[in-house]
Design a protein. Structure first.
Length: 453
């Protein structure tokens, strides 16, 4: 690492005065006393290192970056860095200029520096990654531990840290909710007694509530919403799995104050309770799994065509189109011919296979052993496991009353955890996104709650 040249001014170099403004002692504050960021909820806990926690409220005192030319002050090693980000909001983007900073800088120092460069006073802080690895030490320690050449300009990616702002109740609920799904600004919920609930998340108002099945518990639900269903009207395809092994599919029209079912049909081939319903990425397939150890894959394009063929027909006959059924082995199918391309036994690990290679078995790679309990943070039934759209965070919630948020770049400890009101069970959780924040919606035993970060 090169030392600062004597008597020579460096562009974008940071002064000793800047370092004094960033006192590592003053910045490590207690979250419980940070009234601007949090609601002083004693149930909230953090598992971050102390140097990750800062209020980022005290900006650098001087508007201009000052360089000392005194040779006696040029004893600290420095390094050249540049910033980049994948944050979509232009407000948080800075140019790709090169800056010279002390190698002793930590995340908290870089966070204040970025805020200064952005000229913002928002109560936000930033996380930093070098070579896709999150910065948890000084820059000097990081480049040493990861064998990075200090003579090169270090590219540092930054993102907004997860910080809880507030919680608010959306609704009181009298039936247990088992599934929450957000699409745009709408929240879709399903209860065990067969009731579907719809909410407008812009004003936290319930749009509609509808009982879709009687005298039969429901344990699986999913929804597909697209203009492909109708060019002018807002339609959705709602799917519920019943305890008798049937799947009920609805074509619903969404209006401002109600949801109208325009058509429905039934799918079969299960003989026991259905516990999971899902779609593939382009919604061309509908997948179901149940207690009968079967996984069925249906042609969803066929289902949609059947629903759209006669929207006024009130006497629909059952429609079935089973494409694939998997039992005790994991099988990979060629959907154009329905032939099995590969099959191997499940061995208590998640398996990753290269389906583009002819010999699939040679590319089997265990990526996570289920016996290791890598993320063992709950002591009761886990009810939800959802990834964030940024592909960095995922959450888990449980009957133990806790919601944990993890950063996949870190170790097995959550970066944030919070407890439900009155320690009630959390029945389901999901992510909700608005322009400024990531949010978590929790269905507790008696409340539907939004947690804003």
């Amino acid at each position: 690492m090169s030392e600062k040249n004597k008597g020579k001014k460096k562009k974008n170099s940071l002064s000793d005065k800047m370092e004094n403004d960033i006192s590592s002692v003053d910045e490590e504050i207690d979250f419980e006393n940070e009234s601007d960021d949090y609601d002083n909820n004693n149930n909230d806990e953090f598992y971050e290192d102390d140097d990750l926690i800062d209020d980022d409220e005290n900006n650098f005192e001087d508007d201009d970056v000052v360089v000392h030319n005194n040779p006696n002050d040029n004893c600290e090693k420095e390094i050249q860095i540049c910033f980049f980000t994948n944050i979509e909001n232009e407000k948080y983007k800075i140019d790709s200029s090169t800056y010279t900073v002390p190698v002793t800088f930590k995340r908290i120092d870089l966070s204040r520096m970025v805020k200064k460069l952005l000229d913002i006073e928002d109560n936000v802080s930033f996380e930093f990654l070098i070579n896709k690895k999150i910065l948890r030490t000084t820059i000097e320690e990081f480049i040493r531990d990861h064998n990075i050449l200090s003579e090169n300009v270090i590219e540092i990616e930054y993102s907004i840290s997860l910080r809880k702002r507030e919680s608010k109740n959306i609704d009181k609920i009298c039936e247990w909710i088992f599934e929450l799904i957000t699409i745009g600004n709408k929240l879709y919920c399903s209860t065990f007694d067969g009731t579907l609930l719809y909410y407008d998340m812009l004003n936290f108002r319930k749009i509609y509530e509808k009982k879709v099945i009687d005298n039969m518990p429901v344990y699986s639900y999913n929804i597909y919403k697209s203009k492909k269903l109708h060019n002018e009207l807002i339609y959705n395809e709602s799917v519920i799995g019943l305890t008798n092994g049937s799947i009920k599919v609805f074509l619903n029209e969404e209006k401002e104050k109600e949801i109208i079912t325009r058509n429905e049909l039934y799918l079969g081939n299960h003989i026991d309770m259905i516990k999971c319903i899902s779609f593939n990425k382009d919604y061309s397939m509908l997948l179901s799994a149940g207690n009968d150890n079967k996984i069925n894959i249906f042609d969803n394009n066929y289902i949609i065509n059947e629903l759209l063929n006669d929207l006024t027909n009130e006497h629909n006959t059952n429609k079935r189109k089973k494409k694939i059924c998997l039992d005790k082995n994991i099988k990979i199918y060629d959907l154009t011919s329905s032939y099995v391309s590969c099959s191997y036994s499940y061995n208590k690990s998640i398996i990753c296979s290269d389906i583009l290679n002819n010999n699939l078995n040679t590319n089997e790679k265990p990526v996570l052993s289920l016996n290791e309990n890598k993320y063992h943070m709950h002591d009761k039934i886990i009810t939800s496991l959802k990834t964030n759209k940024n592909e960095i965070y995922f959450l888990s919630s449980s009957h133990d009353g806790y919601t944990n948020i993890y950063d996949i770049r870190l170790n097995n400890l959550p970066v944030y955890t919070f407890q439900s009101n009155e320690k009630s069970k959390i029945l389901s959780s999901t992510w909700f996104y608005n322009d400024e924040h990531n949010c978590v919606v929790n269905a507790e035993e008696n409340n539907l709650v939004l947690h804003i970060f």
